[in-house]
Design a protein around this ligand. Structure first.
Ligand code: ZN
Length: 240
């Protein structure tokens, strides 16, 4: 489908700090360049991640700071952490409510999240937390956030009125569902800057740049872009 032109705000809902930067960093940069206001809702603080010897009790705070710095590289100023435990995310009614709260507060026309399905060609992108967040975010987009009688406390206690999201973008969807290619050749440097801000996750990768460029080239090639271009790809779902 063709993305809508009347998008003013986009909410990105991810499981871990760095998910958006790996999966959609170049795309988010192109959105903020186009004047779209983008906010992040990160369900965990990545407290089970990290490759250095940072004490575990400091990991969540460190990764939150890294995600905020990465967001700044892409022109995103608002980052909310929901505080769910890393590695143990389920699409619970509580998570659906917490994502619905962010949707009703920010009122985005577009939501970007992880696919709830498994992409068998690249199973690493289909981490169980990613799929759980994708399923909860889909339920928050439809029907929870738009139904004033869902999670009634959001309206009754917090004054958050129902809000209808029209467009859902999914990262790491199965190949056969990918239908929206974004050329990130012009924004890949900022994607790399955002990824480097996640020092605890990428600091040990000497080949980060070549990995990201190769991945972008292969994606572009698979979707018949001109040779030499770089791309990210999504499944886009229109919601009435
Ligand atoms: Zn992740």
């Amino acid at each position: 489908m063709q993305p809508r032109s009347e998008v003013q705000r986009a909410l990105v809902v991810t499981a871990h700090p760095d998910d958006v930067d790996f999966g959609a960093g170049g795309t988010v940069a192109s959105w903020t360049d186009a004047g779209i206001e983008v906010a992040y809702c990160v369900c965990t603080s990545g407290d089970a991640g990290g490759f250095d010897d940072t004490p575990r009790d400091q990991m969540a705070g460190l990764r939150e700071r890294e995600q905020r710095a990465a967001a700044e590289e892409l022109g995103v100023r608002e980052v909310t952490f929901l505080g769910y435990p890393d590695g143990r995310v389920t699409p619970s009614i509580e998570l659906r409510r917490d994502i619905s709260r962010q949707i009703r507060r920010f009122r985005p026309q577009r939501v970007l999240t992880s696919s709830p399905e498994i992409a068998w060609r690249r199973v690493g992108a289909s981490h169980p937390d990613h799929r759980a967040v994708g399923e909860a975010a889909l339920a928050a987009v439809y029907p929870d956030a738009r139904n004033p009688f869902a999670h009634p406390e959001l309206l009754a206690e917090e004054g958050l009125a129902a809000w209808t999201v029209r467009e859902l973008w999914l990262m790491a969807a199965p190949d056969e569902r990918q239908d929206q290619v974004v050329d990130i050749t012009a924004t890949v440097e900022r994607k790399l800057a955002a990824l480097r801000a996640h020092k605890s996750q990428t600091g040990h990768l000497d080949d980060l740049e070549s990995r990201i460029r190769t991945w972008g080239l292969q994606t572009a090639r698979r979707h018949q872009l001109v040779e030499g271009r770089l791309a990210e790809v999504f499944q886009v779902v229109a919601l009435i």
